[in-house]
Design a protein around this ligand. Structure first.
Ligand code: HEM
Length: 154
């Protein structure tokens, strides 16, 4: 009898939780289990982002159109900051502790064409790691929003 009472109570609790879950959805059609994963998760998390950044910085270093900008750069430091920045910007658990984009690129005279070259170098890496179009577009969209702070010359 005690067991039966327990089972009944447990069933009641479960059905209450199920109702509560649906009710909280606010008519959006789909609870948290249906919510889309963060871009960070869809990209494959920190290891995948690190692999892309590693390859991307290699492309930049070999890119004669823009590599002179990085002649005195701290490449390992830059890689770490890029990983943290992308991780944070895509909803990951990292905290970017570098300079804001305006300060970081002030006085460099970065032009539109330089920005386009860097995006091209990144796309090469995203394609190499077979990042799907949707995730690629979302990431490039997020980085594209920084362009106004980075490009300062004609
Ligand atoms: C979406 C595009 C870009 C992003 C997300 C980005 C991001 C960053 C970050 C996070 C840093 C480190 C800031 C710090 O030291 O605290 C940095 C530095 C730097 N960026 Fe960019 N950047 C972009 C575009 C460009 C472009 C187009 C150029 C030039 C062609 C450029 C040249 C540099 C240089 C030379 C540094 C200094 C590196 C050093 O001294 O160690 N960046 N950038």
């Amino acid at each position: 009898m005690r067991t039966r009472m327990f089972v009944m109570a447990a069933l009641a609790a479960v059905s209450l939780m199920a109702c509560g879950g649906k009710g909280k959805g606010g008519g959006g059609g789909g609870g948290s289990a249906m919510a889309e994963k963060s871009l960070y998760d869809r990209l494959g998390g920190k290891d995948a982002i690190t692999a892309v950044v590693e390859d991307f910085v290699g492309n930049v270093a070999a890119d004669k159109r823009i590599n002179t900008f990085f002649a005195n750069a701290d490449i390992p430091g830059l890689k770490q900051k890029l990983v943290d920045q992308i991780c944070e910007a895509t909803g990951g658990p990292c905290k970017y502790a570098g300079k804001d984009m305006k300060t970081a690129h002030a006085g460099m005279g970065v032009k539109d064409a330089d920005f386009a070259a860097i995006v091209e170098d990144l796309v090469k890496s995203l394609d190499k790691f077979k990042v799907p179009q949707k995730e690629k577009d979302e990431l490039l969209g997020a980085l594209g929003g920084m362009k106004g702070d980075i490009v300062t010359a004609q």
